[in-house]
Design a protein around this ligand. Structure first.
Ligand SMILES: Nc1nc2c(ncn2[C@@H]2O[C@H](COP(=O)(O)OP(=O)(O)OP(=O)(O)O)[C@@H](O)[C@H]2O)c(=O)[nH]1
Ligand SMILES: [Mg+2]
Length: 429
């Protein structure tokens, strides 16, 4: 994964240094991303599909407060998250049975130990069952692993006896290890079906080694055709540059990736969370503040859409309104909104006043900014003092805030309303 991550980080670095984004720059970014993904063995069709989406969306202008550079990085982040699975798959955290299956050497037996470790850290008891009957030393290997994580182990050689034995282990997570084969042949299918019939595991996890890359698609599809697998675990993510491709392949074959393993040690297992995975690929430190910004913006957009704004949004909107000149002229263009002209005029504030209002808002507590209705006279006095302004000026700001809130409430019936500050952009001015 090192190569892929290094190249993606360097692409993000390159984007960060671009000053203006013309079609040429965007095309270069797309081509760079394409090369990177293809080198990491991601399916060609998928790469072209993703490129097309990015090309198209990159041409749009970002919302107020977001730079084009931030917008494009977030776009790449979103599209990568999408091809790598989108949402995090749920896992059960109550006692249940898990059957591990897969071809030779894919990592089943070590995974049994890792999963035991994982569920133990969640406060659950675990028991392992060895059902690999083809390799003589298989049960011995499982016993050693069980010892490492300090959990009991049952020999599944006689399935019915093992099932009886399991009655002593009620309320535990049961993890069943099975035999591997070179290919999914009839014998393996039969063997798995038999184990499935006796133990009735709620989860059947197909174990896929990351080095399979895009071939993981073929393998998961084949297994899915014959056995109703409920999830996938991708192993050896640390040992290959093709892990990303294996994960995208799982997504295209609609197999749900629940865990990944990232080393030989028993602790080297983690839940698979596409967002976390992509953040790490792109460089988490740099990305975190950017994602935070988008999150705040999304929350603000939701508030605006509901007609519920706060003082933080109020100020940002004012800045946009000042940039765009007269808002009332734009309101005239929208059928039925001409009558909002007066309060709109009131929102065209001069530069001096904008500065003062910024001081006033900065002097408020977080709670006051988010819920201005709590600002009564004693608070007004404190804020005026703190910002070096007059009580009237604070009151004037609050009354303008109310006007904007009222307008926002009325305007929210406009389809996809993004705020008064964005009206001009929305109506092509
Ligand atoms: N680097 C690395 N090695 C791993 C990881 N998971 C498993 N391995 C190694 O992969 C090899 C095979 O693992 P096993 O757990 O024995 O695989 P298996 O599917 O049980 O194999 P069979 O029972 O022979 O089919 C072992 O050497 C493991 O140490 C991982 O996440 N990272
Ligand atoms: Mg094994």
């Amino acid at each position: 994964m090192v190569n892929l991550s290094e190249r993606l980080k360097s692409l993000v670095g390159k984007i960060s240094s671009i000053v203006s984004f013309s079609d040429k720059e965007i095309e270069e970014i797309v081509l760079d991303l394409q090369r990177t993904l293809l080198q990491a063995d991601v399916d060609v069709d998928l790469v072209f599909e993703l490129s097309e989406k990015i090309r198209k969306k990159a041409k749009k202008e970002p919302e107020a407060g977001i730079s084009k550079r931030e917008y494009i990085i977030k776009l790449i982040y979103d599209e990568l998250v999408e091809i790598l699975g989108g949402v995090e798959e749920k896992i059960k955290l109550n006692p249940h049975r898990i059957l591990l299956l897969g071809l030779f050497g894919c990592g089943k037996t070590s995974l049994a130990g890792k999963l035991a470790y994982f569920y133990k850290t969640k406060g659950l008891d675990v028991v392992l069952v060895g059902c690999d009957f083809s390799r003589p030393a298989a049960f011995e290997q499982l016993c050693q692993i069980a010892k490492q994580v300090n959990v009991p182990v049952i020999n599944g050689k006689n399935l019915r006896e093992a099932e009886k034995e399991l009655e002593k282990h009620k309320n535990k997570i049961v993890i069943i290890d099975s035999a591997g084969r070179d290919a999914l042949d009839k014998k393996l299918i039969e063997e798995i079906k038999k184990i499935d019939e006796i133990f009735k595991p709620e989860e059947k996890y197909l174990v896929i080694p990351a080095e399979l890359g895009q071939d993981a698609k073929k393998q998961t599809s084949e297994f899915k055709k014959n056995i109703d697998i409920t999830g996938v675990v991708v192993t050896r993510m640390d040992a290959t540059a093709k892990g990303g491709a294996a994960l995208t392949a799982c997504k295209t074959s609609e197999a749900k990736v629940k865990f990944i393993t990232v080393g030989e040690k028993i602790q080297d297992i983690e839940r698979y969370v596409p967002e976390r995975f992509v953040s790490r690929l792109l460089g988490f430190g740099d990305l975190q503040s950017l994602l935070e910004k988008f999150k705040i913006q999304e929350e603000e957009a939701k508030k605006i859409a509901e007609g519920e704004i706060d003082l933080n949004i109020f100020y940002k909107q004012l800045v946009e309104i000042q940039k765009q000149g007269s808002i009332s002229k734009i309101l005239d263009l929208i059928p039925g909104f001409g009558h909002l002209k007066l309060p709109a005029e009131a929102l065209n504030v001069g530069e001096e006043k904008m500065k003062k209002w910024k001081y006033i808002i900065d002097s408020m507590t977080k709670e006051e900014r988010e819920k201005p209705e709590i600002i009564k006279s004693s608070r007004v006095e404190r804020i005026a003092k703190g910002s070096g302004t007059k009580v009237q000026e604070v009151n004037e700001l609050l009354s303008n805030f109310k006007k904007m809130k009222k307008m926002t409430k009325k305007l929210k019936q406009i389809k996809k309303f993004r705020g008064i500050g964005d009206l001009a952009k929305m109506f092509g001015r």
